[in-house]
Ligand binder design. Sequence first.
Ligand code: FES
Length: 281
Amino acid sequence: MYKILKAEKLAEKIYLMDVLAPRVAKHCQPGQFVIVKMDEKGERIPLTICDYNREAGTITIVFQSIGASTTKMAELKEGDCFEDFVGPLGCASELVHEDIEELKKKKIVFIAGGVGTAPVYPQVKWLHEHGVDADVIIGAKNKDMLILEEPMREVAGNLYVTTDDGSYVRKGMGTDVLKDLVNNEGKKYDLCVAIGPLIMMKFVCLLTKELGIPTVVSMNPIMVDGTGMCGACRLQVGDEIKFACVDGPEFDGHKVDFDQAMKRQQMYKTEEGRAMLALTE
Ligand code: FES
């Protein structure tokens, strides 16, 4: 059993939990994910790791209650336990494999959308701890949906916040901020990492293609069971077929077929759609 040491509501329907899982905490790297299961009959839920503390043996997860399982999960309190907490799974962010001195020469910008701020955080923190300060743009629907602003401020080189409705800091999307930084403030970036809803990552990639900035995206949003078995996370990357949970979750954003991924995500929501996919693949 894996004990919840802290349970906190970050925003409407967004929750943070610190879970005691020493083995996962010992080996995990930014970009990887875990699969949690509340009880024996519970659904397996893949969640990207938001933070880890190797000494304390804890993993921080952040999730949005969007279905029956995550809504039930949101009711768990400090002291409750997960039956299963499997990980670390998936490939670590490529950043952690790069030469630090080379990384220090690079200008990196992260764009986080909504709950995608959670998987961006450990990458920015890791870079900061290795002497690389990246720029970070966080976008949220409104002020109440904004998460992890303060922790992110502590590890980001520069933090830019934007809200769709203008209820906090500035009005607009993360792409508007990036456009401003590059076109009006003369910033130059060698790499962009975008994590958030598929539609957001699609538009970030369209923009960064135009601006000539190589871009990495995390396809965590299309995972269902996270095991390579269900087929939900199958996606086209260039001329290859990949599975987000096994080959990713991070991919070259300029090669990902987002339209196909969004269509599959929609179809996967219904039994009929899943049957259709099974017939056509
Ligand atoms: Fe099921 Fe990847 S999430 S195969």
